[in-house]
Design a protein around this ligand. Structure first.
Ligand code: NAP
Length: 335
């Protein structure tokens, strides 16, 4: 049996449950390829899956991380069009198994087996580290901003948690679309980075109430129009939900793709009818979105925000840093 190094956990809990050790290297089926992982990145859902706090059925032992890029190392006997050495950034949702890092083992390992149908070729100029940032967080942000929120030039867009993976990408895409961006973050050093990335206004949520800050700067929304913001991007949930409704101008759009701080928040539906608000869900992305993102990085329209590049041994400490909200953008692991 061939072996490989991987980060994995055998029971749910905190980051102390993660260890790095030798485990069996996956064997590939006829329609799969074996990929030598060059880079993988952390996402906001990784700590939730580790804790076991979602309804998803996670196989144990579990190798975390769904986003990755690498080089094809071995090709299954029925696979056509793909060769050893090809650079790929696979779509990490595997048919009948689900998302890598959630219900299917992930990429914090030297090798990963995936069906050839999931492969996406990387443009020459995109690095493995850049590509590994793109699928889950950037894919979700692309679909949410362009397909679901349908942002247009001049839209005033409030992004809560703009410092995370989905958030930084939403900021970059919003700026490219000509929006006015109000970005929220929880510390000075993060706010400086948000400004450097092009945010027109920033709100420090550790010092200011974001709802009051929006009303102060843009006026309180009026039934007759005016005041507030056109779009709120919110994946935090919890006590930010009703406050977000109260930031929206008449006919505004609230976009949600997650609930980091709680999925069953207090509701106040009066705002939804009184201001004729649109509450819009956004879930995941599709392979063409991932191709589009790779092309955007290749021609310089998008720059993945990499907080740090770390070895496999630092997977647990990096996840802890994410839990501690001490990350801007993405942490990349290079197994
Ligand atoms: N439905 C989908 O398809 C989909 C896809 C991707 C992600 N998601 C969801 O979207 C959310 C964000 O994902 P991500 O990968 O961007 O996460 P991330 O990189 O960890 O970013 C989350 C950001 O939220 C902010 N935040 C505010 N309140 C928080 C709290 N109570 N706890 C933790 N963070 C808080 C933090 O910024 P500050 O500290 O600066 O406030 C942090 O930077 C997650 O809930 C994830 O599950 C959903």
């Amino acid at each position: 049996m061939q072996m490989m190094r991987a980060a994995f956990y055998e029971e749910h809990g905190g980051t102390d449950k993660i260890r790095v050790d030798e485990i069996a290297r996956p064997e590939i089926a006829r329609d799969e390829v074996l990929i030598r992982v060059k880079a993988a990145s952390l996402n906001g859902f990784d700590p939730m899956i580790l804790e076991g706090s979602t309804d998803l059925k996670t196989p144990l032992p579990m190798i975390p991380l769904g986003d990755f890029a690498g080089e094809i190392h071995e090709v299954g006997s029925s696979v056509r069009r793909w060769n050893i050495g090809d650079r790929v950034c696979p779509f990490p949702f595997i048919a009948s198994q689900g998302m890598m890092g959630e219900t299917r083992t992930g990429a914090a390992a030297e090798y990963v087996a995936v069906p050839a149908v999931n492969l996406i070729r990387m443009p020459e100029t995109v690095t493995y580290e850049q590509a590994a940032c793109l699928p889950i967080a950037y894919g979700t942000a692309l679909r949410m901003m362009y397909d679901r929120a349908n942002v247009k030039p001049g839209d005033r867009v409030l992004i809560l948690g703009a410092t995370g993976g989905v958030g930084v990408c939403a900021l970059e895409l919003g700026k490219s679309a000509g929006c006015e961006i109000i970005a929220c973050g929880s510390s000075d050093w993060k706010l400086n980075k948000l400004k450097a990335l092009g945010a027109d206004h920033v709100i420090d949520t550790s010092k200011e109430d974001f709802e009051e800050a929006v009303h102060e700067r843009f006026g309180k929304p009026s039934f007759f129009g005016g005041g507030g913001v056109d779009v709120v991007i919110i994946y935090i949930g919890g006590d930010t939900w009703v406050k977000s409704l109260r930031c929206l101008t008449k006919n505004g759009r609230l976009l949600t793709c997650g609930a980091t701080a709680g999925f069953s928040p207090e509701e106040d539906i009066r705002y939804i009818w009184s201001f004729e608000l649109n509450v819009i869900g956004s879930n995941g992305w599709l392979p063409p979105d991932q191709v589009r993102l790779l092309d955007m990085v290749a021609d310089g329209r998008l720059t993945p925000q990499i907080h740090a590049i770390r070895p496999l041994e630092e997977t647990a400490s990096s996840l802890q840093q994410l839990i501690d909200r001490d990350v801007f953008g993405k942490i990349v692991i290079t197994p």
